[in-house]
Design a protein around this ligand. Structure first.
Ligand code: UDP
Length: 240
């Protein structure tokens, strides 16, 4: 029942890297299939699920800047990449019978709805999964910042940041085998320690609006279910 839920409305941030799964580039449809199952499980528990998708598996603005495409243009290309991911994810969710809406921060009405806050909330209340695409619609921002922004706008109770690693470590656990994992962190620690988990704009926005951030590994089956039912998974970032 609802009372067993720790969070009733979540904002899940799926990076492009998550959508690439086992691939180094593009969309891993097998992993997308798994991801959609994981999301549907929590939706079926009665959790309202909004998703912000990244685009790094297709195109990243920052890296293109050096390669001769100007930063602003490259950022728009990156935002378009997130739309490609959103459409793929929507297709998987809907093929499993779950009504889903994509809303884009840059209008492209033939493909998706434009972002309209009230409408997004209405979709969530009706049990539809809402995927926010095209980031914030502005260059120089990231989809992490879009996640924090949309979470604040729709009053999500937490930002769940899916990563390849099962939380925040004092050092990259892939490079440092004995690196210690944080169970809990304060927003300010995340900002001050220079841990590259989320950019500072995104963290600041969550901090100002007191929205907890949970960094966890989406590759661990049922981690989303565990989080929404109150289990300690990954790293919790909050006020204290
Ligand atoms: N981007 C942007 N404004 C936004 C969100 C994204 O310009 O509000 C661009 C930026 O170039 C970024 C790319 O879109 O590199 C893909 O997003 P991001 O790198 O955040 O994706 P992720 O790392 O989550 O895959």
């Amino acid at each position: 029942s609802d009372s067993s839920l720790r969070f009733k409305r979540i904002l899940l941030k799926l990076s492009g890297e998550a959508l690439a799964g086992a691939l180094s580039w593009g969309i891993d449809v097998r992993f997308l299939d798994y991801l959609s199952e994981e999301v549907i499980k929590v939706r079926n528990l009665g959790v309202e699920v909004a998703i912000v998708v990244g685009g790094g598996n297709i195109f990243r603005g920052r890296s293109a800047d050096k390669d001769g495409i100007s930063r602003v243009t490259a950022d728009y290309m990156g935002m378009l990449a997130t739309v490609i991911n959103a459409l793929a994810f929507q297709d998987f969710l809907e093929s499993k019978g779950v009504p889903t809406r994509v809303q884009t921060a840059i209008e492209m009405r033939a493909i998706a709805e434009p972002y309209i806050r009230r409408r997004a909330i209405r979709h969530l209340e009706k049990g539809r999964i809402v995927i926010f695409a095209a980031g914030t619609g502005n260059p120089y921002f990231s989809t992490d910042t879009a996640a924090a922004l949309r979470a604040a706008e729709i009053r999500a109770e937490a930002v769940l940041k899916a990563t390849k690693v099962d939380g925040i470590y004092e050092a990259d656990p892939l490079l440092h085998k004995n690196a210690i994992k944080f169970e809990k962190l304060k927003y300010l620690d995340l900002l001050n320690k220079g841990l590259k988990v989320m950019d500072s704009t995104a963290v600041s926005l969550c901090m100002e609006n007191n929205i907890p951030i949970i960094v966890f590994s989406i590759s661990e089956p049922d981690s989303l279910v565990k989080i929404v039912t109150g289990h300690q998974i990954g790293t919790f970032v909050g006020r204290e």
